[in-house]
Design a protein around this ligand. Structure first.
Ligand SMILES: [Zn+2]
Length: 306
């Protein structure tokens, strides 16, 4: 199964879920047939016609079936009266506009080392040998473990941020990456791995912030990241800094941690985008930015297959 590719996708035909929801049968000509489902999610919770897509994905520890479910999940929670801006960084996972710093999780730093070691082990083995393919399998599993931890972390953090704020502003990462590349901030080779891990992490985090924004009816805004680290959050003038300048010191008397200043700029840009923010969350309930779209009305669940 899945000889040529790592995944196969079906829409609403070509598969049938058993009545007990414990197995799935594929009726196309790929010869996959009936597969038992293992997993923690109770599929009885969903109607068959809510399943919009079925995808088989091969991972290094087995084959997974992903069910894409149309749920339009939404929950009513009380408005908090809080708004927040988030500045993602290399050193911290993010710094918010109240000066709170969330550290990069330890597993990302440790994971990076472990991955490097496993990678070296693969390249030491003779090409085409059994030992090499074994080492490669181990590398694959480690990758998988870290990516799961990363997702878990992103989901928890995103839910928490969204539940505690009525509006969440963050930088548009596509523009941010262009800006950083221009500055040559990541030219050194050893920064590349750290950066790619961080990028994946941030991107995922943002996707989940948008997702929970829809679920809890909060406003999420992606803002232009240009000059967020240079502009003074108090008076608006540009205060030039190099990458190593960690503190923002402005002639207006404003002295702030560099990232906290940036997070405040991000928040004010976010507030500027949606216009007036009233005291009630209802005022901002319809002010969705155009940027948010990714996971609306869809929930991806995954079951392991045997
Ligand atoms: Zn100032």
């Amino acid at each position: 199964m899945l000889k040529d590719s790592r995944s196969v996708e079906y829409k609403t035909t070509g598969w049938k879920l058993a009545d007990d929801r414990k197995s799935i049968t594929f009726s196309d000509k790929k010869g996959i047939g009936r597969l038992k489902l293992k997993g923690t999610r109770d599929l009885h919770f969903y109607q068959i016609n809510q399943i919009k897509r079925v995808r088989l994905v091969k991972r290094s520890d087995g084959v997974y079936v992903q069910l894409c479910i149309d749920v339009n999940r939404s929950e009513d929670i009380e408005p908090t009266g809080n708004t927040v801006g988030l500045d993602v960084g290399l050193k911290e996972y993010y710094t918010d506009s109240d000066g709170l710093m969330v550290e990069n999780p330890k597993f990302l730093r440790i994971g990076e080392k472990v991955l490097k070691r496993s990678q070296r082990r693969v390249s030491k083995k003779v090409k085409g040998s059994n030992n090499r393919s074994k080492a490669r399998q181990i590398l694959g599993k480690r990758h998988l473990k870290i990516s799961r931890q990363r997702k878990d972390h992103a989901v928890k953090l995103a839910r928490c941020v969204v539940q505690s704020n009525d509006l969440i502003a963050y930088e548009d990462l596509r523009i941010k990456n262009m800006v950083l590349a221009k500055r040559g901030a990541f030219s050194a080779q050893n920064h590349c791995l750290a950066k790619s891990i961080n990028d994946a992490s941030w991107y995922q985090f943002h996707v989940w912030v948008e997702y929970f924004g829809k679920v809890f009816k909060r406003v999420t805004v992606a803002v232009n990241p240009q000059y967020t680290s240079q502009e003074c959050s108090s008076c608006g003038v540009i205060v030039k800094k190099t990458l190593s300048t960690r503190t923002h010191v402005c002639s207006c008397g404003c002295v702030l941690d560099r990232d906290e200043n940036a997070a405040r700029i991000i928040l004010s840009r976010g507030l500027g985008t949606v216009g007036h923010i009233g005291t009630s969350a209802l005022d901002v309930g319809n002010a969705w930015g155009d940027e948010t779209s990714t996971l609306f009305g869809e929930s991806l669940i995954e079951q392991v297959m045997s």
